[in-house]
Design a protein around this ligand. Sequence first.
Ligand SMILES: Cc1cc2nc3c(=O)[nH]c(=O)nc-3n(C[C@H](O)[C@H](O)[C@H](O)COP(=O)(O)OP(=O)(O)OC[C@H]3O[C@@H](n4cnc5c(N)ncnc54)[C@H](O)[C@@H]3O)c2cc1C
Length: 324
Amino acid sequence: MELSMQYDAIIVGGSFAGLTAAKYLARARRHVCVLDLGDPRHRFSAQPTGSSRRYDDDPHSVLQSMWDEVATYPTVTLLAEAAVSVQAQLGDFVVTNWSGEHIAGRRLLLAFGVSDILPDIPGLSERWGVSVLPCPHFHGFEYGRKPVGVLNASPQSPQQAMLLSEWCPTTFYLDGGECDVSMRETLESLKVRIEAAPVKRLAGVGCNLARIYLADNQIQPLDTLFLTPCHQLNSPIAEELGCAIDTGPLGQTIAVNAQQMTSIRHVYAAGDICRQTANITLACADGMKAAMAIHHSLAFDRDNIEQRDRSNGGFHAGYVNLLR
Ligand SMILES: Cc1cc2nc3c(=O)[nH]c(=O)nc-3n(C[C@H](O)[C@H](O)[C@H](O)COP(=O)(O)OP(=O)(O)OC[C@H]3O[C@@H](n4cnc5c(N)ncnc54)[C@H](O)[C@@H]3O)c2cc1C
């Protein structure tokens, strides 16, 4: 197997979490290779809001500016490539990409994100991110001036309907699902209207929503529908490496500690893959924490210190003693 140079860290996924980590590792003068497939979760969205970056930028230009900034650091290699598999070999990780190259690194950061599993309702997927929206905290301020709907798409949906009633008159579309008596009472106390019938289809011009068709032959005017979908991890790599995986109400996440370390030594995870809450700011914060933890782990690695020590006249001996 012909290997590339040995990187300090390989990052699988170059979006908000991965690029933030890459930037801070590069600023620590570490050699980093980022592999990215180019399909960030919010790619369907016209405009990100509630993020820490400029609200008037579209999501593609926000990410492109992060990518361009990271590319200016000489120790970063950015590859528009998928990581297909990872093997742990003699203390290194060897990532094989789609082109068949083998890339070696001492630490591995997983930041490959998740994909939403949308309900199979005609007219829904093409409106995702435009008039069918995931989160009132991102879009409730802008879209919550008129009556909105919430689709029963996951165990979190009743809570989403309760929350949206803070912004605007809300109808909860049960879509043929169940709603127990106490939940029904809570929703009604918040003036949330409940429609029991299955949803047949959504309609409107282009990606805009105008009407919702129900199986009991009702046709209701509706501009905005919210839903909290279940999700799936974008890659099996974490599972293949043996990382502990948690299962939450919306799907699987990779278990990490406060420093973003997974259950496997020297493997870290950041962003949506390790949290049930999807959010750009939180993904960036995870990336930053992971970068700091990786940098500490590399800096205080005993073999590394001993190697530096030999060329440094004993300056780092104190660290080595501390670690013994
Ligand atoms: C419709 C919609 C609108 C949203 N709007 C907002 C908003 O307004 N504000 C907000 O804060 N959040 C918003 N979010 C949530 C936000 O998109 C996510 O929280 C954020 O993108 C998570 O960043 P991440 O880096 O963890 O993962 P992602 O952004 O999903 O990036 C993961 C990256 O890894 C790549 N990848 C996957 N597999 C591989 C592989 N095997 N090899 C290499 N690369 C791989 C993917 O292609 C992708 O580029 C929205 C989400 C959706 C669905």
